[in-house]
Design a protein around this ligand. Structure first.
Ligand SMILES: NC(=O)c1ccc[n+]([C@@H]2O[C@H](COP(=O)([O-])OP(=O)(O)OC[C@H]3O[C@@H](n4cnc5c(N)ncnc54)[C@H](OP(=O)(O)O)[C@@H]3O)[C@@H](O)[C@H]2O)c1
Length: 319
């Protein structure tokens, strides 16, 4: 089994390198063609059709896992065409190659395909109505992959953080060392999901999916466009403010920050950003549980595990 992993330097991509390794011969690809430490790998720029075509034709891939994405939610409002090219155009190209060559594709999408106006966790068959350029580009990527006719899984996740990369957890830890007090929005609801949980769950469901017969193509009669889409987020829900408070309390206990600082709630309206964000984007994971039998732990478990990992990394650096 030859696996092409696109976006290997991202939060999720980094974790997938380890988690997917037991499934086959995994080849990592990044935009620059290098991994941390300057180690050379395959180059695949999803904004450049020639670069992506070269990576796709580099081997007879059985599985393509796409963890690369344009993820700058606010900047996407200023460069929607680039977001569309990377998050949607590239998916059409990957899907077409996979359909032609009998490869399967795993792709990640987002809670931001929803407008956040609902009052219950969003299901895979709820109608997506994104309210920003990033969400629109990610939805267009889902559609492009489905319409390509390749066998695919689209895993929608949310509020991703980990021990590496730019994310809310690491920003909060930095600010805790620099400030006395923080204000954080308290009226957006979601489920913080660690990159490690996403990678481990992906590996578990992939092992089952690959062991089964190739699923029928999504455009076959009777298939719904969302058949291959699954929500993959931690259990439970919180707000950014409550998440920040949990980070502070647990980071002190893990020895990562010297003291807990005050985190005061504010409204989204008091913290204007270029892109609008959904107010309520909790995702319902029942479909993933019923189809693959995976149980997703509460978001606090992932937070503790990630803080533990950061504490180990700090201890190793200090040695
Ligand atoms: N982050 C979140 O909160 C969040 C929430 C919901 C869903 N998701 C989805 O989850 C998936 C993984 O996201 P993540 O959190 O791991 O994102 P991330 O940490 O921002 O990583 C994204 C990766 O994509 C790469 N990339 C960007 N443009 C590229 C291009 N033109 N060609 C090739 N690679 C390119 C980046 O490369 P460089 O390292 O070169 O910049 C980076 O390594 C994405 O599909 C994302 O939409 C993320």
């Amino acid at each position: 089994m030859k696996i092409l992993l696109l976006g290997a330097n991202g939060q999720v991509g980094f974790e997938l390198q380890r988690a997917l390794a037991p499934l086959g011969e995994l080849v990592a690809a990044t935009r620059s063609g290098t991994l941390p430490g300057g180690i050379a790998c395959l180059r695949a720029d999803l904004g450049d059709t020639d670069s992506l075509a070269a990576a796709l034709s580099a081997a007879r891939w059985d599985l393509i896992v796409n963890a690369a994405a344009y993820t700058a939610v606010d900047r996407a409002e200023d460069e929607p065409e680039l977001a569309q090219r990377i998050n949607a155009g590239a998916l059409g190209q990957i899907g077409a190659w996979a359909a032609r060559n009998g490869a399967r594709v795993v792709h990640y999408s987002t809670d931001y395909v929803f407008d956040g106006q609902g009052a219950r966790p969003c299901r895979e068959d709820d109608t997506p109505t994104p309210i920003g350029a990033y969400g629109r580009s990610k939805l267009a990527g889902e559609v492009a992959l489905v319409q390509s006719g390749c066998a695919h899984l689209i895993l929608r996740t949310a509020w991703v953080y980990g021990a590496r990369g730019g994310n809310f957890l690491r920003t909060m830890l930095r600010l805790a060392r620099e400030r006395e007090r923080l204000t954080v929005v308290d009226d957006q609801h979601g489920a913080p999901t660690s990159s490690r949980l996403i990678a481990a769950t992906s590996a578990a469901i992939l092992a089952q999916w690959l062991a089964g017969a190739a699923p029928r193509r999504e455009h076959d009669s009777g298939a719904q466009w969302h058949d291959g889409i699954y929500n993959l987020v931690a259990s439970g829900q919180t707000t950014w403010c409550e998440f920040a408070r949990a980070i502070m309390a647990r980071a002190v206990a893990a020895g990562l920050i010297p003291r807990e600082i005050e985190v005061a709630p504010i409204r989204t309206a008091d913290f204007p950003t270029k892109a609008r964000r959904p107010a309520y984007s909790v995702l319902d994971t029942r479909k993933l549980r019923e189809r693959f039998g995976v149980c997703l732990p509460d978001w606090r478990r992932g937070l503790d595990a990630t803080l533990g990992e950061l504490a180990e990394m700090h201890a190793a650096q200090a040695r």
